[in-house]
Design a protein around this ligand. Structure first.
Ligand code: 2GW
Ligand code: MN
Length: 296
């Protein structure tokens, strides 16, 4: 057992934070000002979490969009890697949103793991492909996901899991620190600074990465609805936030603090040279150099 962590099995009534060893990583911030944990390797006992969630039969949805060229470029690698590292031992339902269901690769998924395909239209602007995910996630939660799953995570597809992404990451409302910004001052965060946009922020707590967010069904539904409403309001006002859905997500998490924050170990960019804080790379960004993949 790790020093400071509570030994034994978890009961439903235990507060999860009691099981975390906040002092295990003195070199990094492990708690937010509102007392949410920032989860780093070394702070938790993975078995404690897994045993608990296996016992109560937690089911986790993983949504991912693979529209247009992103399907061939990334989906197979992504799903393969999730099979090896995402919520191993728990029931997992993948939801692949695509304009080309027939092109989704055939897989032998592990026991307790299945894939559902949801057909979506291909918006002509990539900014809309990215932003409209919020609407489609919200609709899927209502029609489908909440009837099967306790929690969900929503991932970009252009990334690969290479280490445990496990049940310690589950929570009511979960955000991830953006790898490029977690050591910087908030004045350097790329929030939307345009007062005409609903995503406008002049200050904030962290810069979160929209490539991964999660929570309970209600938690993610509230986030997705709020972001989608703001995105549509901006369209009416003929403005677009600097980093699209990511700007809206940052605004949302400033107003509605996440109950759990994941360290950049959960979404790392290997091009960052200074990785002194990264004990485990759990997931890494994929390459963006496919010919013609991004035609802006
Ligand atoms: C996106 C940009 C340019 C060209 C194509 C696409 C595209 C994205 C696409 O053709 N098909 C598609 O399915 N997507 C989905 O949208 C896919 O799941 C992808 O991972 C996601 C976000 O696009 P991505 O990964 O190219 O954007 P990033 O890595 O620059 O992401 C950050 O900023 C985005 C907003 O600009 C989002 O907030 C994203 O969540 C952030 O990680
Ligand atoms: Mn991405």
């Amino acid at each position: 057992t790790r020093p400071g962590a509570v030994e034994g099995t978890l009961k439903e009534t235990d507060t999860w934070n009691d099981t975390l060893n906040f002092g295990a990583r003195p070199e990094v911030k492990t708690r937010t000002s509102w007392n949410a944990p920032i989860v780093w390797e070394g702070m938790f006992d993975p078995n404690l979490y897994d045993q608990h969630h296996i016992r109560i039969k937690t089911t986790v949805a993983l949504t991912v969009f693979a529209v247009g060229r992103y399907l061939d470029a990334y989906l197979k690698t992504f799903l393969n890697s999730a099979e090896k590292h995402f919520m191993i031992g728990l029931q997992v339902r993948y939801y692949v949103f695509t304009d080309a269901p027939e092109k989704v690769p055939k897989f032998d998924f592990g026991p307790k793991r299945i894939l559902k395909v949801i057909k979506v239209e291909k918006y002509s602007r990539w900014q809309d492909i990215s932003m409209m995910r919020m609407k489609m996630i919200s609709e899927a939660i209502e029609s489908e996901i909440r009837h099967h799953c306790t929690y969900l995570f929503c991932f970009d597809v252009d990334q690969e899991l290479i280490g445990r992404f496990g049940s310690e990451a589950l929570g009511d409302s979960v955000a991830v620190l953006h790898a490029h910004f977690y050591r910087l001052q908030s004045s350097q965060f790329t929030y939307d600074r345009n007062p005409k946009s609903t995503a406008f922020l002049d200050k904030g707590d962290f810069y979160y990465h929209a490539a991964i967010f999660g929570g309970s069904c209600d938690g993610v539904k509230n986030l997705a609805d709020a972001c989608y409403l703001s995105i549509m309001q901006d369209k009416i006002n003929d403005v677009e936030a600097l980093w699209h859905d990511e700007s809206h997500l940052n605004k949302y998490f400033y107003l509605h603090k996440p109950s759990k924050v994941l360290s950049p170990e959960y979404c790392w960019d290997r091009w960052i040279r200074d990785n002194r804080d990264i004990r485990v790379m759990r997931l890494v960004w994929g390459p963006k150099n496919y010919e013609g993949l991004r035609t802006r």
